[in-house]
Design a protein around this ligand. Structure first.
Ligand code: SF4
Length: 363
């Protein structure tokens, strides 16, 4: 029950059955069909317009009084003129800042939205500006969905996907991210195909197992970046919490459920993680898993003299590429855009002290 001093639940964080139950709990005669039409109007807005058959007057009055329809405030939106990546900076009611990036896809007129899951991040990946911020708080489902709707409604074309690769580790805020993904994929929510929603994790083993067991249908990308335990721990400190074999076992479990290639992301760091030892370690760990590797060039906001990482040279990249191909692993080199406006992977904390990490063009 919503008491006089309790905040109202947020519309953008609700599924139809939840909205319906909430109104019924407060004495409003409501049915799920009305809740679906109401949410379709608000969340699918821009795609469906006003529903032909509006909910009853009682439902509309109840929803108006008992649910908060607020959006995140847009503080800034900046487009990188070289590649069309558009970075949004949002402010939540408590003042927290978070970001999303609209990414043009290879198919003209189509976009995906890179979403944040947290304000800051606790994972401290060594090459990531967000990691240096530390974690302020988790984002709530309504904040994630509100960011998506704003970016989608302003897109000069069709938004066909969403990727949780922004600020934060999505599996460190598991329940909220899954709830947001459910709303984004709901026919009266974001209307995005489940397979076009991608969740990226730095490798939290219990959550990968849970995700596999729950069979949500969203795609998972595991950021591996090194298959050598000591090097991986240095680059991704959270790796110290899990044995490499346990991570490999969790990836294997997911692979059995996903019934297709499992994508691992590899942030390529010049002079660091592109040697034969990495390829041998991948073969030993995951040689039996149908993998695909996404190579992402590092975008370190720091200079090399400040301890920043440089991008791999063409020679380094090609040698690694060739060695991986010997494993018969498909490799995709991801375009990491938005660098001029600090909207790129690993750079998004630069301008306002709170922002996301990867903005990497998906297919
Ligand atoms: S790369 Fe991702 S998980 Fe790692 S610190 Fe940055 S935002 Fe967090």
């Amino acid at each position: 029950m919503v008491g006089p001093s309790q905040p109202l639940p947020r519309l953008f964080g609700m599924l139809p059955e939840e909205l319906c139950a909430h109104l019924q709990d407060h004495g409003v005669r409501a049915n799920e069909g009305e809740a679906r039409r109401y949410l379709a109007h608000w969340i699918s807005h821009g795609q469906t317009g006003v529903p032909r058959k509006p909910p009853s007057r009682k439902f509309l009055d109840g929803a108006r009084d008992l649910v908060d329809h607020g959006h995140l405030e847009v503080v800034e939106r900046v487009t990188d003129p070289t590649d069309g990546f558009t970075k949004y900076l949002f402010r939540s009611p408590d003042g927290a800042l978070s970001e999303a990036v609209r990414i043009p896809l290879a198919k003209e007129g189509c976009f995906t939205v890179c979403l944040s899951s947290q304000v800051g991040c606790a994972m401290q990946c060594d090459f990531c500006a967000t990691g240096r911020l530390g974690l302020t708080r988790n984002l709530a489902p309504w904040e994630i969905v509100s960011a998506f709707c704003t970016v989608r409604d302003e897109a000069p074309g069709r938004v066909t996907g969403a990727v949780f690769m922004g600020q934060g580790e999505p599996f460190h805020n598991y329940d909220a991210v899954i709830q947001a993904a459910r709303i984004l994929s709901d026919p009266c929510g974001g209307r995005i195909a489940k397979k076009a929603i991608t969740i990226s994790t730095v490798g939290l083993v219990p959550q990968i197992r849970r995700f596999a067991a729950e069979r949500h249908g969203y795609r998972l990308i595991v950021s591996l970046t090194s298959a050598l335990p000591e090097r991986r721990r240095a680059l991704l400190p959270v790796a110290g919490r899990f044995e490499m074999e346990d991570l490999a076992a969790a990836i294997r479990e997911y692979s059995e459920v996903a019934k297709g290639l499992v994508t691992v992301a590899w942030v390529l760091l010049g002079g660091v993680n592109h040697d034969q030892a990495e390829v041998d370690a991948i073969r030993a760990l995951l040689g039996d898993v149908p993998l695909r590797v996404n190579l992402i060039d590092v975008n370190d906001a720091r200079e090399e003299a400040e301890g920043g990482y440089r991008r791999a040279t063409e020679v380094e990249r090609n040698l690694f590429f060739d060695a991986l191909q010997a494993l018969e692993v498909p490799i995709v080199r991801r375009y990491s855009g938005g660098g001029n406006e600090k909207a790129a992977c690993g750079m998004l904390a630069a301008s306002h002290g709170a922002t996301a990490s990867p903005a990497t063009r998906a297919e």
